[in-house]
Design a protein around this ligand. Structure first.
Ligand code: ADP
Length: 829
């Protein structure tokens, strides 16, 4: 483009420059027009319209005017109002200086020719194009504002079209629907729509807006669907409008309201429930906290009280234990005094009934005190000391300790074992308690004349012990409770000897520890049977419970203590006591017998016997000074032997020591009058046995001193057992009756007493320490002294009365005995 200035006669050249936006937009120019505003309009081919301000030569390209920016401008004309009109290959446009705005006229369509434009006198404008000439009045023509109407054609949920119908989401077709209501999870919705400008609707563009979701209208081009996902509950309005391509958006749009319901948990009533729940939870929490604090306080209080209780309980326990100990000693003393009193007043004595009562209740009292002491022991857990032993032998010994009770109550008492020997592993001390308890109970609850039986049997795995009685029995409902601590049946209260209800509970505990079982069957007034089952073998015991490594068997444990006797270990004075004494040792086990013999061989003479019968025969024959006997022996047991010895006039003076493995046996027997002088519990210490033997023999010498005293002997001094009393009474009576007989000799007395000389000799020697002759002489002298001193006899009368015809000899003997001549004792007349 060249501009010629007439005044300066110069050309100014304008051409397209890529880097300068103020240059002309193309060098290919189709049309030019100078308007009334002193501007030159330049129409380009495909690069829109440029305007050159002729006063300053500045070019404007109108880059913002998209409608015309790339148009090919074919002709330019100015109307009477100063509005510029442009024909292009894409239609007609106008430019209004007042608005500084281009306007398009979609109705004035068509492609126009270059420079085919003219304005007539009326101001009408003509453009020539491919479709002929276009004429219009620029003062009245308005750009078309009518946009194609748009219509919703379909509604889809999750890409599935919704068909209108009763009870459906759409009641009528989407086009007529005002409002769609969806639940909260129906959140993929698609709208389809179309412009109503047939047949050009495919050229239409669309804009959509979801009110409440989109801020502005969105131009989606020619797409005819709109999809929304994840819409939050709420009210929306979907709007769509359309336009013909290149035209303006009108104000018409199609719309439908969309309501997405809140889920039930977002409904108002749900919030009310939440609120109530929170309030409730808070309330419960508060209550819980308060209760918790309460409980903590209570617990603290409880713990304190509990501690106090324990303290008090311990104090009580301590008190019980102490007082029981205190009580036990005097009771033991009282009981032993009563035993002696019993011996002093013979059995027929009336006062003996009272003594028997005192003794019986005394024994009961002692048992109670012992049980009280047991309560203390209950607190500490029982620890087993398991060793192997013969269960039959073990039970029989305990059984034997009750034989006296049985005899007293006239009870048919029996012991049956299916096997002579039954080796099992058990704790002797604890098991002793069990059997002792079962038997004491049986005796307690069985009336005079009843029967009690002990059975021992075995099967493959177990040893079985049964204690059967014909006593008062136990009611069925009480049977389950008798093994509870402190439980006593209602019937038990009437039995005077009842304890504290501990025995069976301790027994059960012991049997449980042995992994065995104890139970009872019983019928009222018929009797009860207690069955104890103990597993054989030792595999079920803990290693620390087993004593097997220490000692092999019960018997060994009882006798073979490691310490060997050292002969010098007992002092000489004591040894003297044993000198010239004969000991009868009765024991069925040869080894043990041998061992006992070994203990005493250094000090005295020994006789041996293998059972009670043999021992009794030997005792009668040899009249030993002391008998040591085991209790458990074949043929005749130790208890029977003792009874035989003590009731036989010939042997009643011989002290007997019984050896027992069972401490309870000793307790039990001490309460009765078996006649044994002492008990030694196995295992014993050699020294202990020796000192017991020595003591017993020494006691005899005290008696002897009494005999050799100066006064006449009172036989009922309580120093002798009843048989010995009888013997001495008879002996003295025989002497007294025949005191004046010079020939009062052993032969005569043996006839008189119905015993052999030798027995009488030995017995007198043993009881009094004097020979027969010495004893008779001594006794005669005492009678003589009493005659002279108390009855006023003369010396010769007295000497004659006691069978001494030689007065001188009498006087000599008298002085020897009393240290004075008989005349010294004459009553001063
Ligand atoms: P207690 O020291 O009172 O005898 P136990 O624990 O040994 O306590 O016995 C508990 C209770 O069982 C007894 O009080 C008694 O009522 C009942 N009982 C136990 N053995 C027998 C039995 N052989 N005959 C009848 N009742 C028995």
């Amino acid at each position: 483009l060249n501009l010629f200035d007439i005044a300066t006669q110069k050309f100014t050249h304008f051409e397209y420059n890529e880097s300068d936006t103020n240059s002309v937009s193309s060098n290919n120019l189709f049309s030019l027009l100078k308007d009334s505003h002193n501007n030159l309009w330049i129409g380009t081919s495909g690069e829109g319209i440029n305007r050159l301000d002729l006063s300053d030569k500045k070019i404007t390209r109108f880059p913002e005017e998209k409608k015309i920016r790339y148009a090919t401008v074919t002709a330019i004309i100015e109307d009477n109002n100063g509005v510029m009109w442009f024909s292009t290959k894409q239609g007609i446009f106008s430019y209004d200086y007042n608005k500084d705005e281009f306007t398009s006229f979609p109705e004035l369509t068509g492609e126009f020719h270059i420079n085919a434009a003219i304005k007539d006198e009326d101001g009408l404008i003509y453009f020539g194009g491919l479709n002929g000439v276009l004429r219009f009045d620029p003062s009245i023509i308005k750009p078309s504002v009518k946009q194609p109407a748009v219509k919703l054609t379909s509604f889809k949920l999750f890409n599935k079209e919704i068909i209108a119908g009763e009870n459906q989401i759409l009641k009528k077709s989407i086009d007529f629907e005002d409002k769609i209501t969806l639940s909260h999870n129906q959140d993929v919705v698609t709208f389809e729509f179309a412009a109503l400008q047939f047949p050009f609707s495919s050229d239409c563009e669309y804009a959509i807006k979801l009110e409440n979701f989109d801020e502005n209208w969105r131009n989606i081009g020619k797409d005819r669907t709109a999809t929304y996902t994840n819409l939050a509950p709420g009210n929306y309005t979907f709007k769509v409008k359309s336009r013909a391509a290149g035209s303006d958006w009108g104000d018409n749009y199609a719309s439908v309201d969309l309501l997405i319901l809140k889920p039930f948990w977002l409904q108002w009533w749900a919030f009310v429930i939440y609120f109530l729940l929170i309030i409730g939870a808070f309330y419960i929490f508060r209550k819980y906290i308060i209760a918790w604090e309460h409980m903590k306080a209570n617990l603290r209080l409880e713990r304190l009280t509990h501690e106090k209780d324990i303290e008090l309980y311990n104090l009580k326990q301590q008190f019980f234990t102490n007082i029981s100990h205190e009580i036990r000693t005097p009771i033991t003393l009282i009981l032993s005094a009563i035993n002696r009193l019993g011996e002093k007043y013979g059995r027929e004595d009336k006062s003996n009934i009272y003594l028997a009562t005192v003794k019986k209740h005394g024994n009961h009292l002692l048992n109670l005190v012992n049980e009280l002491l047991d309560i203390k022991n209950l607190e500490t857990k029982i620890r087993l000391k398991i060793s192997k032993g013969d269960f039959v032998n073990f039970c029989e010994e305990i059984y034997l300790s009750f034989s006296e009770s049985a005899a007293k109550k006239n009870i048919n008492f029996s012991f049956t074992a299916s096997t002579p020997e039954l080796e099992i592993w058990f704790d002797k001390n604890q098991m002793e308690k069990v059997l002792y308890n079962l038997l004491s109970n049986a005796f307690k609850f069985t009336q005079t004349g009843g029967s009690i039986s002990v059975f021992i049997t075995e099967n493959e795995e177990n040893a079985i012990l049964k204690v059967e009685d014909s006593g008062i029995g136990i009611a069925k409902r009480q049977l389950t409770k008798i093994f509870n601590r402190f439980y006593q049946t209602s019937g038990a209260g009437k039995i005077k000897e009842s304890g504290f209800g501990l025995g069976l509970s301790i027994s059960k505990e012991v049997i449980d520890l042995h992994q065995g079982s104890i139970n009872a069957i019983s019928e009222r007034s018929v009797g009860s049977t207690f069955t104890v089952i103990i597993p054989k073998g030792k595999a079920h015991f803990k290693q620390e419970e087993l004593k097997e490594n220490q000692l092999i068997s019960d018997q060994d444990e009882l006798y073979f203590l490691p310490e060997k006797l050292n002969p010098t270990s007992i002092d000489e004075k004591k040894q003297d006591v044993l000198k010239d004494q004969t000991l009868l040792i009765v024991e069925d086990n040869a080894d043990i017998r041998h061992y006992l013999v070994e203990i005493f061989t250094p000090y005295c003479d020994i006789l041996q016997a293998g059972n009670g019968k043999e021992a009794f025969e030997k005792a009668i024959e040899n009249l030993p000074d002391l008998v040591i006997s085991d209790i458990m022996m074949p043929v005749m047991d130790g208890i029977e032997l003792t009874q035989n010895l003590k009731t036989d006039m010939r042997t009643s003076h011989i002290p007997v020591i019984l050896l027992t493995a069972r401490a309870t046996f000793q307790h039990k027997m001490e309460g009765f009058d078996t006649g044994a002088d002492d008990y030694v519990t196995k295992p014993f210490h050699e020294k202990l046995l020796l000192s017991r033997v020595i003591n017993l023999i020494k006691n005899r010498s005290f008696l002897r001193e009494k005999f050799s005293g100066q006064t006449l002997l009172t036989i009922s001094d309580g120093d002798f057992n009843t048989t010995d009393q009888k013997f001495l009474t008879n002996l003295i009576k025989a002497i007294e009756e025949n005191v004046d007989d010079e020939s009062l000799n052993a032969e005569f007395l043996s006839k008189e007493l119905g015993m052999s000389h030798s027995v009488i000799y030995k017995k007198i020697k043993s009881l009094t320490g004097m020979t027969f002759v010495e004893f008779v002489r001594d006794y005669k002298l005492k009678i003589a002294r009493s005659l002279i001193e108390q009855q006023g006899f003369s010396v010769s009368e007295a000497s004659f009365k006691v069978g001494y015809s030689d007065r001188k000899y009498f006087s000599k003997l008298f002085k020897q005995k009393f240290g004075e001549n008989p005349s010294h004792f004459l009553i001063k007349k």
